[in-house]
Design a protein around this ligand. Structure first.
Ligand SMILES: [Zn+2]
Length: 375
């Protein structure tokens, strides 16, 4: 989801567009102008078909965005951090930065999007009737019918109980409330999500090979996407379940070797690399103050002929670009700081003193052997 273009902020929420939308937009406009509208409202000028199609497709995207806005605004109201919304080929994703604390919150956030879609379906349906009753332009009426239908489809599709679709999230909230365990509920919802995905792929293949309908490809594609989304989301939640309750101090590498930043790369390579097993070293200034961090990978990329003149700190990452944590924080609460850091390293600082480092390798070790320290 990286190849997205920033669209701007709406109600304080960052909105981005994935490039795949441009292709889908063209496809929607073409299908509408060339097939759907001429079939529903025949004998209109060509340009009128294209204009109404272009506007309708835009309104469809606005509907998608409104659906995601529903999720995002309710989440924010409930105190969950919202990272932003990305619209892409399969609809939209509201990215929540924080954890949803209760099944009730999960249910409210999940139902908000479908409720917006329901409202829009009713709105465009009502517009259709109003235009029909007053004898308004038939082509615009056709556009409204299509928008009402699209929003209704969006509503129904999202309510399929296939995690991570909204319906799957509602199911998880329900299981979570019943069993009192978010992680088991996620595993259950993800299982059903995978079954739904298999069903979609199976139906798609049947459609494609038995009926010869090309739209089967779409179902297969959708099922495949759902399956991978269910898997990645479930593993993320289950990982957080394993890490739950662990503190940074339980997981971090203690007492890291701090290297002087003022020595040359050459000298560093001779005195620290042989026998050292760390992939990165915190650096200190001549006065002993913490001065960022350097990775062995970066230093090994320095050309041989420069190593005896360049200083280690020239290849280090400054303090302002490294993620920091304190030993008493929950591991699950600091995980997303890795993505904001220039390197996959975190400095663990306690009262101004460096007490450890935290890397994805430390997290993996903790996941392999979830042992709690006795403290
Ligand atoms: Zn939704």
């Amino acid at each position: 989801m990286d190849a997205s273009v920033r669209l701007g902020r709406i109600a304080g929420i960052e909105v981005g567009l994935h490039w795949s939308l441009a292709i889908v937009y063209a496809l929607i406009v073409w299908t509408l102008a060339d097939q759907v509208l001429p079939a529903v409202v025949p004998d209109q000028p060509q340009t009128a078909y294209w204009i109404v199609s272009a506007v309708s497709a835009l309104l469809f995207y606005a509907s998608l965005l409104a659906h995601e806005m529903g999720h995002a605004l309710v989440a924010r109201r409930l105190g969950v951090k919202v990272d932003g919304i990305t619209l892409w080929i399969f609809g939209g994703v509201a990215r929540l930065g924080g954890d949803v604390a209760t099944p009730g919150m999960e249910a409210k956030i999940s139902i908000a999007g479908p409720l917006v879609s329901l409202g829009l379906a009713i709105l465009f349906g009502a517009a259709t009737f109003a235009l029909d009753a007053t004898g308004g332009p038939p082509l615009i009426e056709g556009g409204c019918v299509w928008l009402a239908f699209s929003n209704a489809t969006l509503l129904v599709f999202n309510l399929v109980p296939a995690f991570p679709l909204d319906g799957g999230r509602l199911l998880r909230a329900w299981l979570w409330r019943r069993r009192g365990d978010r992680y088991r509920a996620t595993a259950g919802a993800a299982w059903l999500g995978r079954m739904c995905a298999f069903l979609m792929i199976g139906l798609g293949l049947l459609e494609l090979f038995v009926l010869g309908a090309l739209s089967g490809v779409w179902l297969v594609f959708l099922g495949w996407f759902l399956m991978s989304a269910a898997r990645s989301e479930a593993s993320q939640v289950l990982m957080q379940g394993t890490l739950k309750g662990l503190l940074v101090s339980d997981v971090m590498s203690r007492d890291p070797t701090v290297a002087p930043g003022w020595i040359t790369v050459d000298e560093f390579m001779r005195s620290y690399i042989p026998g050292g097993h760390a992939s990165s070293y915190p650096l200190k200034t001549f006065d002993g103050a913490l001065d960022g961090l350097v990775t062995v990978t970066r230093l090994s990329q320095v050309p041989q002929e420069e190593r005896h003149i360049r200083r280690v700190r020239d290849f280090g990452i400054g303090m302002d670009k490294i993620a920091k944590a304190s030993p008493g924080e929950q591991v699950t609460a600091v995980l997303d700081r890795f993505s904001t850091s220039d390197e996959d390293q975190m400095l663990v600082i306690d009262g101004g003193q460096l007490v450890g480092t935290l890397s994805p390798a430390d997290i993996r070790r903790a996941l392999g052997a979830p042992a709690r320290s006795s403290s």
